[in-house]
Design a binder for this molecule. Structure first.
Ligand code: SF4
Ligand code: SF4
Length: 532
């Protein structure tokens, strides 16, 4: 079957790719409905896993909510649970107050889970999830684009309540300084002028209203693209409560084809400045062309290309993926995996019943293959980098990344014997399922306030959209994965109605002069330590 699939892919690829001849082819007030320990509440240290590796240090000194969120993230609870917990022989308290050093490796090394799907369980949960069902009904009525518009209006209303300008104006004001945009300087400098009177009497002094100074808009300018991020499909075996792409097992049709994947590879080949291929989804590994994309990218650009797999961990156990760890290892793929807590209860609340135990089993399997260990310990000289991503359970910003990383390292090592390289903390973007979550709980305004209040100018030069090109499952091009989900295409003009696609260009360099499309969701990227 595999041979047949590969052969088929090669046939499709050979008809579509010009270069492929053979095997060529990712506050305080906002947190009031969350039970937090007394020291807890918001903060921001957030950063995309991609940008983090190249980001310059950012200043947090002037951010009002920085450093106040507890690093004991297992103590942070949602009052209202959205997900049921798996019971029967599954200790949801693990990672909270129990340490089981004696059994840590054996108990959690669950080879029996490999080959068993999470999809049926996810579907059962979704059937009983009233919020999910009501969102599905709304999508059926107004469509995904209509939902994006409604969300945008809700964010705008929330910002209006706070008297906050549109993002572009806010950015200009912040980057240029308040005085320049408010005109306070010039009004203070009101002058007099001497004019002749109409009847020819002595001239008198007349107050002249100052002309407001023209403020140059602060424009985000693209740099040479270094990251090609491809969202190869929205299908996922999970349906997490915060998912910004609204993935679930129901998204079966939005999957990248071999032809589109081949064109992405063509662009990779023709854009030498790209040093990172970042593959995301959904669960990207469940797209039939995932391995083709990875293998061919490695052939085309060799070992110097960093290939990232945004992995949800449980995918490693899906039927047909039993050899996925070996494939990732063989291709030296950098795995960036979501694990929003080191406690079962919090992970399952956010990501679905039983996701925690499956995630731990997956991490142990990755460790066993050499992932998450230092380079010198690796048996075949490849990097085998394993990074984890923390995102908050609710409407608050993450704790400081470095401190939380130490907490994760201790908890995961002590309770489960798990090693990893780096932890990234990211802020939930107020879009899609998380926007829905905030809106339902009446917390959108508070969350937007939190983001605005913690605007950090140091994040601006590090925004993902400056050096990343994002491609959707259908080949459409975007500034970032967030813009993709909101339908803000790159290069909308009279020719490319609906935006440019990978088939409209020969190299990603051609997108250099196209303006980045920002909007009110972008406050999520400039708060605290950055989000994108
Ligand atoms: S957050 Fe990731 S794992 Fe969860 S539903 Fe979305 S794509 Fe799937
Ligand atoms: S959400 Fe806005 S600021 Fe963030 S990466 Fe996308 S375009 Fe840039």
């Amino acid at each position: 079957m595999l041979v047949f699939t590969l052969a088929l892919l090669l046939i499709v690829a050979s008809t579509t790719m010009t270069f492929v001849d053979a095997w060529i082819a990712s506050t305080n007030t906002a947190a009031r409905r969350i039970s937090l320990p007394t020291t807890t509440i918001t903060t921001a240290l957030k950063m995309s896993a991609v940008n983090e590796t190249m980001a310059k240090p950012r200043s947090s000194a002037s951010l009002p909510d920085f450093g106040t969120t507890t690093i004991e993230v297992d103590k942070i609870k949602l009052e209202k649970k959205r997900r049921k917990k798996k019971a029967d022989g599954y200790d949801t308290k693990v990672g909270m107050d129990k340490k089981e050093p004696e059994q840590k490796e054996n108990k959690w090394r669950r080879s029996d889970l490999f080959g068993s799907s999470l999809v049926d369980q996810t579907m059962d949960e979704l059937k009983n999830d009233k919020d999910f069902q009501s969102t599905q009904k709304r999508i059926a009525k107004v469509g995904l684009a209509g939902m994006s518009k409604e969300e945008r209006t809700q964010r705008r209303r929330a910002l209006d309540k706070l008297n906050v300008q549109p993002f572009a104006k806010f950015l200009t004001e912040q980057m240029n300084g308040q005085a320049k945009t408010s005109g306070e300087d010039s009004s203070a400098a009101a002058t007099t002028s001497t004019t002749k009177t109409d009847d020819g009497s002595e001239p008198s002094s007349v107050a002249v209203a100052p002309k407001p100074k023209r403020v140059k808009p602060y424009i985000l300018k693209r740099k040479a693209p270094t990251i090609l991020q491809i969202n190869i499909g929205l299908y996922c075996n999970q349906a997490c409560g915060h998912c910004h792409v609204e993935s679930s097992p129901l998204r079966t049709t939005e999957m990248m084809t071999a032809e589109t994947a081949a064109q992405c590879l063509e662009l990779l080949k023709n854009t030498p400045s790209i040093d990172t291929l970042d593959i995301t989804g959904g669960a990207p590994e469940l797209n039939a062309h995932f391995r083709y994309l990875v293998s061919m990218a490695r052939v085309i650009r060799g070992k110097d290309l960093t290939i990232i797999d945004r992995c949800n961990l449980t995918v490693l156990q899906e039927p047909g993926q039993e050899d996925l760890v070996d494939f990732l290892k063989d291709q030296d793929v950098h795995v960036i995996a979501s694990l929003p807590c080191y406690s079962a209860e919090n992970v399952d609340t956010q990501r679905g019943g039983g996701v925690f135990e499956r995630s731990i089993a997956a991490l142990l399997a990755l460790n066993e293959a050499g992932y998450g260990r230092k380079r010198e310990e690796s048996d075949h000289g490849s990097r085998l980098q394993l990074d984890l991503v923390y995102n908050p359970l609710g409407a608050f910003l993450p704790p400081p990344q470095e401190k939380l990383q130490v907490q994760y390292q201790e908890q995961l090592a002590e309770n489960f014997g798990i090693l990893f390289d780096q932890l990234y903390t990211i802020t939930n973007m107020p879009i899609k399922r998380f926007a829905d979550f905030l809106h339902r709980r009446g917390e959108l305004s508070e969350y937007m306030d939190l983001l605005v209040r913690n605007f950090n100018p140091d994040t601006v030069e590090e925004l993902m959209c400056l050096n990343t090109i994002n491609v959707g499952w259908d080949g459409k091009i975007y500034d970032c994965d967030f813009n993709q989900q909101l339908g803000y295409n790159v290069g909308v003009d009279s020719i490319h109605r609906g935006g440019k696609t990978v088939f409209d260009i020969d190299s990603l360099d051609e997108l250099r002069d196209i303006r980045i499309r920002t909007d009110n969701h972008c406050f999520g990227c400039t708060a605290g330590m950055g989000s994108s």
